[in-house]
Design a protein around this ligand. Structure first.
Ligand code: T3D
Length: 263
């Protein structure tokens, strides 16, 4: 499949997806979703990718659903938004969450509507200081989707989640970091270099171990302590048989840097 709305590359263990409709602030169309699904499937099946970067081209990260794709107006027949969620947004969120490697999101500008929540679905979110997060749904009579009603209360608590979702105010990247919504906020001029350093580190890390961390931490929201202990035991059992675990211990004992292969 050739891509028109995204840019995809994979090199040196780092897969990169850039949302690329800058004149529409990288808002989602049906064809962008199809391209994203295809690219995510490529990352999952590409045995060499060990970390994925998601970012946006131009001044915005993503303004959510492209509203000009909807053509709804008072009096016109309703659009089945449930179908759009089922076909496009749900698989995207689950695809990012289930990908067996870390997903880094570089929020280069405004992230609104589904764009904000797709960013929150990523594992490590770094935002430029001038970026912002807007739960724009309430301004058009919708509910936060793409996992917003799941992520927001868990990350910020119900009071802040409710304010963000009901008011649709712009939350600065700095405030998002202070509230624990994202990993960190950096100066605009440092976004590329700090994300590149992160990607380089993660591309050389024990990928299977990181995938297991992701699985365990995301399972935690619906788990009991007993359930979490069981899962940790099972994952540790699997990882104990991995090449990277053996390399990590051998390197520690030999007082040398480890060389992880992701196996
Ligand atoms: O429909 C379904 O499938 C259900 C799922 C829904 C998921 C959702 O995401 S619903 C929420 C949809 N998104 C929004 O409501 C956000 C709409 N955009 C904005 O509120 C503002 O654009 C921003 C706050 C994000 C940024 O504001 P600003 O002032 O920096 O930029 P701008 O001038 O508004 O936007 C720049 C251009 O991008 C502009 O086009 P123009 O005038 O230069 O020709 C604007 O119309 C366009 N644009 C921005 N967002 C969207 C968009 N075009 C289509 N759809 C957009 N979402």
């Amino acid at each position: 499949m050739s891509y028109e709305s995204i840019i995809y590359s994979s090199e040196g263990g780092i897969a990169r997806i850039t949302l690329n409709r800058p004149d529409r602030l990288n808002s989602f169309t049906a064809s962008m979703h199809a391209e994203l699904r295809d690219a995510l499937a490529k990352v999952a099946s590409d045995g060499s990718a060990r970390v994925l970067l998601l970012t946006g081209a131009g001044r915005g990260f993503c303004a959510g659903q492209d509203l000009s794709d909807r053509a709804v107006a008072p009096g016109e027949a309703p659009v089945d938004l449930g179908e759009s969620i089922e076909k496009n947004y749900r698989p995207l969120v689950l695809g990012l969450r289930k990908l067996a490697m870390p997903v880094v999101c570089a929020v280069n500008g405004v992230a609104a509507g589904a764009g904000a929540n797709i960013a929150l679905a990523c594992d490590i979110v770094v935002a430029a200081k001038s970026a912002s997060f807007i739960q724009a749904f309430c301004k058009i009579g919708l509910v936060p989707d793409s996992g917003g009603t799941y992520f927001l209360p868990r990350l910020t608590g119900t009071a802040r989640a409710m304010g963000l979702a009901m008011l649709g105010d712009k939350l600065s990247a700095e405030q998002a970091a202070e509230w624990g919504l994202i990993w960190k906020c950096v100066e605009d001029t440092e976004l590329a270099s700090s994300v590149d350093a992160l990607l380089a580190q993660l591309a050389q890390a024990p990928t299977r171990g990181l995938a297991a961390i992701k699985r365990a931490l995301y399972a935690s929201a619906g788990n009991t302590l007993e359930g979490a202990l069981d899962l940790e035991r099972d994952l540790q059992r699997e990882l104990g048989a991995s090449a990277d675990y053996r390399e990590g211990v051998a390197a520690f004992l030999a007082k040398r840097p480890p060389i992880f292969t992701g196996k």
